[in-house]
Ligand binder design. Structure first.
Ligand code: PHE
Length: 341
């Protein structure tokens, strides 16, 4: 019997399987109910008492050696398989989720404004941020030394000749009139720059969308209807507008457009400062001087123009109280717009 124990121990120690199935087969053959070790245990019951001690120890050693060997072999095989699978990548594993970014609220609102006007037949025009005096001021009827230039504190890059950062995207409208004959119907989104102290309601960089429509017989009534349509599309069917007389060098007559406050429904709240109205843009009939300066005959053509600040519209739409939030890129702020269009 000692010999049997010895050979089995040797076989256990020499056992070198390739697969998990081989290990399992070996385990059953040795340790299973009808296995070799079990048979030896049976045989042990009938050995002479003086041999029991020695044989018992040997059997116990065989049993634990067999168990240990099987467990180590299993572990080694698993490790090998894992290493192999990570080399080629486990194609059946579910993919790791990619965190998707979202659009900035300014882009969301700008896109929406552009989309509404494109439904009215406007096409998008763009232009440079670094401009000259002609495209930002002179072609728009700002006379030299006229105080109107002070309305928009300008960042100058060079004084002689005047190279500056555009203060409004009306410069794009001038560039459009330069190379396009009426009818003209353009919408001009873009970044603008003004030398202003940064606060919760003002910034030195902001975004505008301006529009220009020139054709034969364009009237103030056309402008009013277009802007009313725009306000309803942006703020909802119940929105109404009102126009207050205003002044811009490039339009005559000019108006400031207010939309009924969408937060209180016009009753008056702290956002509309109790008035029931929110100012959203400037507009007016293109001044004949502007048409002439840009090679368009004011006797034949007329038109209207309008311009709005995207930050301001976004503040009203989303109830944002501090304009600086748009520029800080704090993800806690930006994530709130994840599900917006
Ligand atoms: N350009 C004006 C501004 O920046 C807005 C405006 C555009 C007003 C067109 C009237 C007509 O404030």
């Amino acid at each position: 019997m000692i010999e049997k124990i010895q050979t089995l121990l040797q076989r256990v120690e020499a056992f070198a399987p390739q697969t998990a199935a081989e290990i399992e087969e070996f385990r059953i053959k040795v340790l299973g109910k009808k296995g070799e070790l079990t048979a030896l245990m049976e045989e042990f019951k009938s050995v002479a008492p003086e041999l029991k001690r020695e044989l018992g120890q040997k059997l116990n050693h065989l049993k634990s050696a067999a168990l240990e060997r099987i467990n180590t072999l299993k572990g080694e095989l698993e490790e090998k398989q894992m290493a192999q699978s990570s080399e080629v990548g486990d194609m059946s594993r579910p993919g790791s989720a990619e965190g998707l970014g979202s659009r900035h609220p300014i882009s969301l609102v700008k896109n929406q404004i552009v989309e509404i006007f494109s439904r009215l037949g406007y096409t998008v025009a763009e232009g440079p941020e670094i401009e000259d005096d002609w495209h930002v001021f002179s072609a728009l009827n700002f006379p030299p030394e006229h105080p109107a230039r002070d309305m928009q504190d300008t960042f100058f890059i060079e004084k002689q000749p005047d190279i500056l950062l555009r203060t409004h995207t009306s410069s794009i409208q001038v560039r459009t009139m330069e190379h396009q004959k009426p009818p003209i119907r353009v919408i001009c989104p873009g970044r603008v720059f003004r030398n202003e102290a940064i606060s919760y309601r003002a910034h030195c960089i902001f975004h505008q969308v301006e529009g220009l429509y020139i054709d034969k017989g364009v009237s103030f009534a056309d402008m009013k209807q277009s802007l009313l349509y725009f306000a309803k599309e942006l703020f909802g069917e119940s929105a109404t507008i009102r126009m207050r007389p205003s002044y811009f060098p490039f339009t005559e007559p000019s108006a400031e457009v207010d939309v009924s406050c969408n937060l209180c429904g016009g009753k008056g709240c702290n956002v509309c400062k109790g008035t029931g109205w929110l100012e959203i843009m400037g507009c007016g009939m293109v001044d004949p001087n502007v048409l002439t300066a840009n090679g368009i005959d004011p006797k034949e053509y007329s038109g209207f123009a309008f311009g709005m600040g995207v930050e301001r519209i976004a503040m009203l739409k989303y109830g944002v109280k501090d304009l600086r939030l748009y520029f800080e890129n704090d993800v806690r702020f930006l994530h709130q717009f994840d599900s917006a269009l």
